[in-house]
Design a protein around this ligand. Structure first.
Ligand code: SF4
Length: 482
């Protein structure tokens, strides 16, 4: 296994993540005085010099450069290391040396600094070595976001409500989600507490004169609740927030094995304006391989029921790189979803997190074709969809991206707001993270809820107490910001 040895930098973060673009399993060593004797990547900084080196089985490569006072030393070292690793491995990552999860945010930040499109293009293509295709994807997404996001200010927020239950666990899942069968006794107390937290968030939002932009009920799978429980949660939202003024109200109705006509009717009746019905694949063999207990036909039927009930803004998710999927089968899934004509299609790349059973059961080597799968995203452009949000996650196959595509006028605003950190997000429920945005300082303050439903319900008084930090945050914002 490749080891990473870093010395003399404030943080090893950039160098570690850069190395893992080429050696995904590389592990950091403790800082010591000697390099590891095995295969390793080394980055060292002295007063004026930076040295990077790579020791492979057969050879040792070393590059030495000067500390550049105009940039962070770890950036200089990462750039030197990137070019060295590219030469040694013969691999060219499509996002170049960008390791961050928000390439589009980088463009917004550069615009805010007054950079021109030509300067941004030069930075992406030359300094970061991003491919032309990925740069165009990021720039196209940023331009569309600029058109559709407007009107947020320091008092803007979106509401997130977490339902951490699912009918069964997908093999690739790393979310904190419990199966409904294993949590029967827990769900009703959870729903009762969640409704109280929703009311508390409303009270705190009013106290601080905050303005609601969007609502998102996610999870987990919100439709894993019973119809009565789903109604109870949505009723709590309706009673406590002026949903008619929200720009968008999304409910994830992700899985057809727990989403029926009754629940889709409740979602419509209670004021949601957008639903997400997620096939992940239109291949029954792949669905079985990932632990789904429904068929492709079930997804299609669920979609048609939603349409029949008047849902006119539907998102469908696909995942590239699932076990047993092939490039051809992925292309067929994408074509099948395009033929259904939902307003949004989100194409994810499989992420292999440690918590996922997939890491244990399948070798990541089986998914070399994932970048070929993403090339089929061009079909979305041909069908009238445009990319409106984009993000990357650590441990994504081939370090590729997740992209949301939309028909004009149907961009999922919550997705943009959370990903580009446009305004504050107030979160209710287990695993919820409230993010308070201070625009002047470009800073996000986070308040964490307990991760697991049982911890959440048992420590509920503490969850409510933590919400007081929202008032503290807004009362401390400078007058200029407010
Ligand atoms: S539906 Fe989503 S949250 Fe639930 S188990 Fe599957 S991947 Fe995880």
């Amino acid at each position: 296994m490749m080891l990473i040895y870093v010395k003399g930098f404030k943080s090893s973060y950039d160098i570690e993540h850069l190395t893992r673009l080429f050696y995904p399993d590389a592990a950091i060593t403790a800082n010591g005085t000697h390099y590891p004797k095995t295969e390793c990547v080394v980055a060292r900084k002295s007063k004026n010099k930076i040295m990077v080196g790579v020791r492979t089985k057969d050879k040792t490569y070393v590059r030495v450069g000067k500390v550049n006072l105009a940039e962070k030393p770890s950036f200089t070292a990462s750039a030197m290391l990137y070019h060295l690793l590219k030469q040694i491995t013969g691999k060219r990552p499509s996002w170049g040396m960008l390791t961050g999860v928000r390439p589009v945010r980088l463009i917004h930040d550069m615009w805010a600094e007054g950079k021109t499109d030509a300067e941004i293009s030069n930075r992406f293509l030359t300094s970061f070595d991003v491919t032309d295709e990925k740069y165009k994807l990021a720039m196209g997404t940023a331009k569309l976001q600029k058109q559709v996001m407007c009107g947020s200010n320091v008092k803007s927020y979106s509401l997130y409500v977490s339902i951490p239950f699912c009918p069964s666990r997908c093999s690739y899942c790393s979310f904190v989600s419990r199966t409904t069968a294993g949590s029967q006794k827990l769900i009703q107390p959870y729903v009762d507490k969640l409704c109280l937290e929703i009311a508390e968030i409303s009270r705190v939002a009013q106290q601080n004169d905050l303005h609601l932009h969007t609502i998102y009920i996610g999870g987990g799978t919100p439709t894993a609740l019973s119809a009565a429980q789903l109604r109870q949660v949505m009723q709590a939202i309706k009673e406590n927030f002026d949903i008619a003024r929200a720009e968008e109200y999304t409910v994830e109705a992700g899985r057809p094995d727990c989403t029926d006509e009754e629940k889709l009717s409740i979602i419509k009746e209670m004021g949601a304006t957008r639903v997400s019905i997620n096939p992940q694949t239109l291949n029954d063999t792949v669905l079985k391989a990932i632990g789904r207990r429904h068929s492709v036909q079930d997804v299609i039927d669920c979609y048609h029921i939603a349409r029949k009930l008047g849902h006119n803004n539907i998102n469908m998710d696909l995942i590239a790189g699932l076990p047993l999927d092939t490039v051809d089968s992925f292309a067929k899934s994408l074509q099948g979803v395009i033929a259904l004509a939902p307003e949004n299609i989100t194409v994810h790349t499989l992420t292999l997190k440690r918590a996922s059973n997939l890491v244990i059961e399948h070798s990541p080597d089986a998914y070399d074709d994932v970048s070929k799968m993403l090339e089929y995203n061009r079909l979305l452009g041909q069908a009238g969809y445009a990319p409106y949000y984009l993000y990357r996650q650590k441990n994504t196959l081939d370090n590729l991206e997740n992209t949301g595509f939309a028909k004009p006028g149907f961009e999922g605003l919550y997705n943009i707001y959370i990903m580009e950190e446009v305004h504050s997000i107030l979160s209710a429920g287990a695993g919820g993270v409230t993010k308070l945005k201070s625009p002047a300082e470009n800073r996000i303050e986070r308040i964490f809820n307990h991760k697991y439903p049982l911890e959440y319900t048992e420590n509920f008084a503490e969850m409510l107490r933590r919400k007081q930090q929202i008032t503290t945050f807004f009362s401390q914002l400078s007058e200029n910001e407010v």
